[in-house]
Design a protein around this ligand. Structure first.
Ligand code: MLT
Length: 357
């Protein structure tokens, strides 16, 4: 083969090789496109499944945790369990309570604020954790208004001054005299700085001018046990806490901290009747989700809560415990956001004045 011939021969084979390569690249491209297409579709499906709307349609499809930031057996716990039962029935999934007590409910609230905002962790908070706490803890780690999505108001629960049964006082006037005379050895129990039992007693102590030893517990259920055991002299707790003990005669109830008497304890006069209107405390108990929880999830929870609170059996259960269920127009997320906002504003000056005394 001459030079020209060998060049032509090489050129022919090079061209053929290029063609084969192009064909292979083309085939790979087509095949790759197919694989890529599948991958894209899979990716979009995954993204869509993770999108709020899609999540909300299937929500809840597994167990939901309700954080109760206090010990079992107290008002927050019992309220939280009633709500867990409402959700389990209305949303067809298990809602379980996890008690995360400590630091006046702020440890559990911080945990809830930092939880993944997917609707699978929510919190049963109250006036202490979601309105009073920022006043007591400058570095709280969460902002009740900015770090939570309000779900709904459950109830308001008037507080009661509950005292050890052998304290020689049967009304507020006698208690004030006895407490002043025994101030140096007076022990008050509470569920941690910032809790509603702490706030209630702070208002009482400031109004009557006493500074007892304040003993923290993780909730008012253990405070009640300490009162029964004679280790603590008094506490201020929603009616639900001391009710059974008052009825059993093992704890004395000396004043309801609202304008009207409790129908459950009609013989116990109010703080207003006894000349101490500063002792006014009927904290709200409400549900919140971490900020960023999809609105559709919040709406599902709010709707289920509203339905549950409208059931006669639930209404009876809560009012038998001394809780005042919120009227329907005060229950939803928007109304709760407004309530939290107004409570933060209302409590600041009151707590400042009470702590200054
Ligand atoms: C409780 O459930 O222990 C109380 O509601 C907590 C509190 O005093 O804030």
């Amino acid at each position: 083969m001459g030079t020209i011939g060998s060049i032509q021969y090489r050129w022919f084979w090079q061209l053929a090789a290029k063609k084969r390569m192009l064909a292979a690249v083309g085939a790979a491209f087509v095949e790759g496109m197919g694989t890529m297409k599948t991958a894209w579709i899979a990716m979009w499906l995954a993204l869509l499944a993770g999108m709020p709307g899609a999540q909300a349609q299937t929500y809840p499809n597994r167990t939901v945790t309700i954080i109760v930031p206090f010990a079992p057996g107290g008002p927050a716990d019992i309220t939280g369990r009633i709500v867990a039962d409402i959700f389990s029935r209305h949303l067809g999934q298990q809602f379980v309570v996890e008690n995360v007590g400590g630091a006046g409910g702020t440890l559990g609230s911080l945990r809830a604020a930092k939880a993944t905002p997917d609707g699978y962790t929510i919190i049963s908070g109250h006036m202490g954790t979601h309105a009073a706490a920022p006043f007591f803890y400058p570095n709280l780690g969460y902002d009740p208004e900015k770090d939570f999505e309000p779900i709904g108001l459950i109830a308001e629960q008037p507080e009661l001054l509950a005292v050890r049964k052998d304290i020689p006082a049967n009304n507020l006037k006698e208690f004030i005299a006895w407490a002043k005379a025994n101030e140096s050895k007076l022990n008050m129990g509470h569920a941690g700085v910032g809790s509603v039992s702490y706030v209630g007693c702070l208002l009482l102590n400031a109004a009557i001018g006493i500074k007892p030893t304040m003993v923290p517990f993780t909730g008012t259920a253990p405070v009640m046990n300490a009162i029964l055991a004679g280790q603590i002299d008094y506490d201020c707790d929603p009616v639900l806490g001391p009710l059974s003990h008052v009825r059993a005669g093992t704890v004395k109830a000396l004043a309801i901290a609202t304008k009207k008497r409790s129908p459950l304890l009609p013989d116990v006069p109010t703080s207003y009747e006894q000349g101490l209107p500063q002792f006014d405390c009927a904290p709200f108990y409400a549900l919140f989700a971490p900020k960023g929880t999809p609105q559709a999830v919040i709406d599902r929870l709010a709707e289920a809560l509203d339905k549950g609170l409208s059931e006669p059996a639930v209404q009876k259960r809560l009012s038998d415990l001394g809780a005042e269920i919120a009227e329907p127009n005060r229950r939803g997320p928007k109304a709760l956001a407004e309530l939290v906002h107004s409570e933060v504003a209302r409590l600041g000056p009151i707590l400042k004045a009470a702590t200054a005394k």
